[in-house]
Design a protein around this ligand. Structure first.
Ligand SMILES: [Zn+2]
Ligand SMILES: [Zn+2]
Length: 267
């Protein structure tokens, strides 16, 4: 059996294959149709609020910057990137592995995009900026709001003391906000700006070849999609498999049951 994401087949079976996977897959069409105007509005509001807060916080961070903060700031930025990568893996793994599109509220709004992405991995490259980034912007609103509140209420001495920590949180939220944009780039093979390709080649954001490992059915490893730094170490220790065994033992739920149901939808 061929899996989605392994690229075009060369054995003359391409027509049949493209009917089974991709935009024409019955499950993919059904999932794409569930993208509603209400959901779109939520994404627009999240993006506008999130980017306003990022700009506000960035200005404050730049105004407070000092050279003697540098070593701790670098540590904060690296830790922020690492923890963002881990959280991207945890959320992606959770949504891929558990729950279903039928769940009230979260099913259609937040689990649906993950199911669609496995059946039609290139659909993400046709999503615009709002659809790509809306949900992540919603998630990072809270830490960004919290940071903006501190900048407006705390004394300069307190802010000075908190500075490296705030840089850590800011880096974490920036990587968190742009995770799906980075993920989209990892699926884009034409027309990427040279600076994006540079960041991918130097593994500062998720490289394209690296993310293909996740897209081999049954989608059970390499869940981290921000920098991908943690994918190999987590795979080495069997992190996701162990976590799934524990949850299956506790709840009796079978990992990826809903994901497999959607993959098998033929009409
Ligand atoms: Zn996935
Ligand atoms: Zn992907």
């Amino acid at each position: 059996e061929d899996a989605p994401g392994r690229g075009p087949r060369l054995d003359g079976d391409e027509a049949a294959d493209s009917r089974r996977w991709g935009a024409q897959h019955a499950g993919a069409r059904e999932l794409a149709a569930l993208y509603s105007p209400g959901k779109r509005l939520q994404e627009w509001c999240s993006v506008i609020l999130c980017f306003s807060l990022i700009a506000h916080n960035l200005v404050h961070l730049l105004l407070l910057a000092r050279w003697d903060h540098m070593p701790l700031v670098i540590l904060g930025v690296v830790m922020g990137a690492l923890i963002a990568d881990f959280l991207s893996g945890l959320v992606h793994w959770g949504a891929d592995t558990w729950g279903s599109v039928d769940l009230p509220v979260v099913g259609k709004a937040f689990i649906r995009p993950f199911r669609e992405h496995h059946i039609d991995p290139t659909a993400i490259t046709r999503h615009d900026f709002i659809e790509t980034n809306g949900d992540n912007c919603l998630v990072t609103l809270l830490p960004l709001l919290n940071m903006a509140y501190k900048f407006c209420t705390q004394s300069p001495e307190t802010l000075e003391r908190l500075y490296p920590w705030e840089c850590f949180v800011f880096c974490l939220t920036i990587f968190g906000t742009f995770t799906n944009q980075i993920h989209k780039w990892s699926h884009t093979y034409f027309g990427l700006p040279p600076w994006v390709i540079f960041l991918q080649d130097w593994h500062m954001i998720l490289p394209r070849k690296h993310h293909r490992i996740h897209h081999v059915a049954p989608h059970e490893t390499y869940f981290c999609i921000t920098t991908g730094w943690l994918n190999y170490p987590l795979e080495m220790v069997g992190f996701w498999r162990r976590l799934e065994d524990i949850i299956q033992g506790l709840t009796g739920e079978k990992p990826r049951a809903d994901d497999m149901k959607w993959a098998q939808k033929i009409k």
